[in-house]
Design a protein around this ligand. Sequence first.
Ligand SMILES: [Zn+2]
Ligand SMILES: [Zn+2]
Length: 629
Amino acid sequence: MSDHHPDIETMRHSCAHVMAAAVQSLWPNAQFGVGPTTENGFYYDVLVEDTITEDDLAKIETAMRKIKKKKHPFTVSSVPTDDAIALMESMTQPFKVDLLSLLKHKGSTAVTKSLDDDKAVSIDTDASGAPSVTLYQTGQFIDLCRGPHVRHSGEIGQFKLHKLAGAYWRGDEKNPQLQRIYGLCFEDKEQLEAEIERLEQLKLRDHRRLAKILKIYHLDDEIGRGLPLWLPNGMVIRQELEYLAQRCERQDGYRNVATPHIAKEKLYVKSGHLPYYKEDMYHPIELDGENYYLRPMNCPHHHMIYKSSPRSYRDLPVRLTEWGQVYRYEKSGALNGLMRVRGFCQNDAHIYCRYDQTKEEFIKVIQLHARYYELFEITDFRMILALPDYECANKYSDDRENWEKTAQVIREAMDELGYPYEEEEGEAAFYGPKIDFIIKNVLGTEYTISTCQLDFMAPSRFELDYRGDSGKQEPVLVIHRAPLGTHERFIAFLLEHYGGNFPTWLAPCQVKIIPISDRHLAYAEEVYQRLFSAEVHCASGGLRVEIDKSSERMQKKIRNAQLEKVPYMLILGDQEVASETVNMRHRSGEQSAQMTCEDLISRLKQETESRMDFSRASVTCADESKDNE
Ligand SMILES: [Zn+2]
Ligand SMILES: [Zn+2]
């Protein structure tokens, strides 16, 4: 074993140098920006006379392999900053000159932080006290750098260049645009290949790609960025989720309300959204001399409903629920398919309760989450109790007593449920502690899907109270919750989670009828009518069936249905017409079976109403029995 083990950061960083050297060998006039490491490799921003294309990446890799083979040492020299500027000028490296001059005038951190590259360059002082920088040379390539590096170019590990993107110099659109070349870098081939496979899966499961195939939503510049249009197929999923929520919430005592998307400025001053949240809100609309805002949250509207009639201690808890549309101004660079949008619909509800009811209500909300997670087979998630950081006095209300009391309620609720959770200081909302639900998608990416917050601020801002049994007015506590998050983010998650293979109860089209030829069309219509009019409890009011009437051959029709990820295909030919049956094929590859329409309807009815996927269940059973052998 070698006694020298460079850490992975050092390898990736050194690999970036080697890539830049390779680019320089192919494009001698290339100009270089910065080249930091990433979570799976590195990138380097470069500018060449023509453009680097995807095809060029292989050429660059070959040049990198040559340099790797030569085992060029990384040699360091320290030079006065002014000499380094002169050197970079002579090599026509304007971005490096820009970096050095910025550094000379502003000091290192401010400049390099904004460039995501803490190794780009930093100023030291040499023996005489004059400012100096370090230069590293690998073969012919000289770069400004602070190091450290591997000993020589033979130690840069296994790499692959995988992506090209545009990047403005120092992130400013007024500056020239460079090309950003992304590379993967790992210690060994196995790790590299695993990462390539993961990225491939990511691409295949990308909700934007799947949503296009399945016709879920559409984004149009004429509507506006980040404002998705829901297509009929997407709407089916939204409505089934709403139907599910309605049934679960009904059992838990919620009442539905509906509220407008805009409200007067005064309401948001009262709620504190103005001015604290102003940057995230759309500009106001002026109407009759008053400003109206598109709402960024539903809470104030619900608070006004609570206040609309006097409440006694006997009326509590009051649980108001609404799929509420809200609008927030997200920076255009942050927008991403359905994951990050500017208008979205929340599975929102507010529970107004007495202090002594809080724990029980909180437990019920967490249990509702658990029911949903079980249904969607979300097994990889964690919960965080977000607490204030008292050091940041301006970020949190200084009502220490209430903070402690409410946090304690949540701890007791969580302990009673027996769910593990972590506590994190500084993550709480301004108005109270909360539990964040962080889920991991199939590819290991984590994000917050919903939160459950305990609010002791709104009751004082909005005077939300009730008449206690002594006749005295008492403040309520408010629980904000949205277990299914927003339609936008949750459906994006489900698309990736199921890889587009929605269980039958959620699938936009559940059954595709495929007549083998035109003479089977009449029978296909008959089967369609029987399925269509079957009584099934679901949001769409019945089974979702389509006939493929195209002139394609049967095999092609089957392939099309598979691409659309339709769970059930019914192939109808002479035999089926004669015996008045259907030939059922399931998407999972479950063997086709001849059955009567009645048998099929009862299976689909059970699957839809119980939200169980029988084909998935049978797959799991088979796997388990194998383990037992
Ligand atoms: Zn370096
Ligand atoms: Zn709320």
